[in-house]
Design a protein. Structure first.
Lengths: 259, 273
């Protein structure tokens, strides 16, 4: 690779230690992600993928190793995370939730309003902007979460299984919406999922993880041209064989960890 | 049942409308029950007292208590007692609640502070502030300050304990969100800890409000020459039981009024619940 990586992870290891027993959540993880790349980290639950994301998000510290997120603009935050459904703050309105990151950075009011309005409109929540999250459906809450991250205009976006709690129909809709917002900004995204379908639809590259200790096993490029739709992904024979390939890998992993 | 089966309604909307009307009626009956119990007790009391089944000297009929209330009210003396008691309650309440909220939020957010202060709070909490009244009187004299401090002391504990609990029980994910989006400690305090702890905190304030009323009466009985507690105590000593009942009813009324006001605040402060 000639272009310097946007995210570069070197020998990252995380051990959780508690009173005599320890769990190695991540072991010697190396990963380079290019600028503008959409990478899905795919693996069974408990394989340490969330730990990796939380380390990149600054919510955990690695035991050893390091990571670098390269900065393009000085005023941008390094990263913003799209949390799971519960991550929408219940005592803030939809608008205040979307503006959250911008407000924390004390940006000028007019700028905050402009960006918030833009992303509220993007995710189709402008007429719900004064509501509190309790009045929203799961899909709408996730739209708030996505708008909040994009509005913050970070160097990279981290997504922690944002659609895991949604029903399948809503999931399809939101996945395509996410792709259309993403294609405008071309942000670098690291997306965590345990759904192979989701990874196939979204990614430029899928990185497979094994569990205990969490290591990166293999990766797979998805060359299908964008924009993609769920129908096309389903109808594509190459992707169907990719699905089977990934599934065999994961199956071995899951079976292996059961022994 | 059989009859209904024969009269089967064919329009589902009509059936549901009937059902809804029945539910409305039921809930209205329940409201009626809620109002009827105090009225029933008052009527029973009036009746027992008038017929001499209970001693009217100790349990004067409610209508006579109302009469006493009116004569006391027109003389103006009653409102002086009410005014001074309300002032003490308000001042003591604020003096107790405000530091309890600030310290409680800080303790909830910063565990070293929590570890340092919680043994002190646990040790002091079981001591009734009223038992400390002699010491409070020595420290602050017999003026207003000593009553206000007594109330502040007893309001402080339920509020601080609930505030700490409120902060600790905030879902961790909101703290992660705030950290991830770069909130500084001031923003953490005002955007996350304070609003997140508010529901549990308000429960503590409700408790504190009830305790403030209990305390004011006792405090005024012991070291005061005005206030509702003083009125109750002197009326009792002079065997003016009707006047004493007026004082008791006033306390009950203000307790009810305060919790209504706080509920109103609660709805205003927690629109997101």
């Amino acid at each position: 690779m000639n272009t310097p990586a946007k995210i570069s992870i070197r020998d990252l290891t995380k051990v959780f230690y508690k009173k005599g027993s320890s769990v190695t959540a991540l072991k010697g993880v190396n990963l380079d992600i290019e600028d503008g790349e959409f990478v899905c980290l795919l693996g069974p639950s408990g394989c340490g993928k969330t730990t990796l994301l939380r380390i990149l998000a600054g919510l955990e510290t690695p035991s050893t190793g390091e990571f670098i997120i390269s900065r393009e603009k000085e005023e941008r935050p390094l990263q913003s995370m799209v949390f799971q459904e519960r991550g929408v703050i219940p005592w803030l309105t939809v608008r205040e939730n979307v503006a959250f990151g911008l407000k924390m950075r004390h940006l000028p009011k007019a700028y905050v309003k402009e960006r918030t309005d833009y992303y509220l409109e993007k995710v189709g929540l402008e007429q719900f902007s004064t509501l509190y999250p309790k009045e929203l459906s799961g899909g709408m809450k996730q739209r708030v979460s996505i708008a909040r991250a994009f509005a913050n205009d970070p160097e990279i976006l981290l997504m922690d299984e944002p659609f895991a709690a949604l029903d399948e129909q809503n999931k399809f809709i939101l996945q395509e919406e996410l792709l259309s917002i993403w294609s405008e900004t071309k942000k670098t995204v690291l997306f965590i999922t345990h759904s192979i379908d989701e990874a196939l639809l979204l990614s430029d590259r899928i990185v497979l993880m094994s569990s205990q200790p969490g290591t990166l096993v293999t990766e797979k490029r998805i060359d299908m041209p964008r924009p993609r739709t769920m129908e096309e992904v389903r109808a594509n024979a190459d992707l169907a064989s990719s699905f089977v390939e990934i599934w065999t890998h994961l199956q071995d992993e899951v079976q292996g960890s059961r022994m | 049942m059989k009859e209904r089966m024969n009269n089967i309604e064919h329009d589902p909307l009509t059936v549901e409308k009937e059902e809804w009307k029945r539910r409305q009626l039921k809930s209205r009956l329940k409201q009626l029950l809620t109002i009827s119990s105090p009225i029933f007790i008052l009527i029973l009391w009036e009746f027992l007292s008038r017929t001499g089944l209970v001693d009217a000297r100790f349990f004067p009929p409610p209508t006579e208590i109302v009469g006493t209330f009116i004569t006391m009210g027109t003389s103006g003396e009653l409102f002086e007692h009410i005014g001074i008691s309300l002032f003490r309650i308000m001042a003591g309440f604020l003096l107790g609640v405000i530091p309890a909220i600030i310290l409680g939020l800080l303790m909830g957010l910063y565990s070293p502070l929590r570890h340092f202060f919680s043994p002190l709070i646990m040790a002091l909490m079981p001591i009734p502030t009223l038992a400390l009244l002699p010491i409070i009187l020595i420290l602050f004299g017999i003026g207003e300050v000593s009553k206000i401090v007594t109330i502040a002391g007893s309001v402080f504990f339920p509020v601080i304990i609930n505030t700490v609990a409120g902060v600790i029980t905030i879902d961790r994910i909101y703290l992660d969100v705030a950290r991830n989006y770069g909130a500084n400690s001031r923003q953490f305090f005002f955007k996350i800890a304070l609003p997140g702890a508010l529901p549990v905190m308000i429960e503590g304030i409700q408790m504190g409000q009830a305790i403030a009323l209990l305390t004011i009466v006792a405090a005024e009985m012991m070291g005061a020459n005005s206030g509702i507690g003083y009125l109750i105590w002197t009326s009792y000593n002079a065997f003016l039981l009707k006047e004493m009942y007026v004082g008791l009813v006033l306390i009950s009324f203000f307790g009810y009024l305060f919790s209504l006001i706080l509920r109103g605040f609660q709805n205003k402060l927690l629109p997101w619940r």
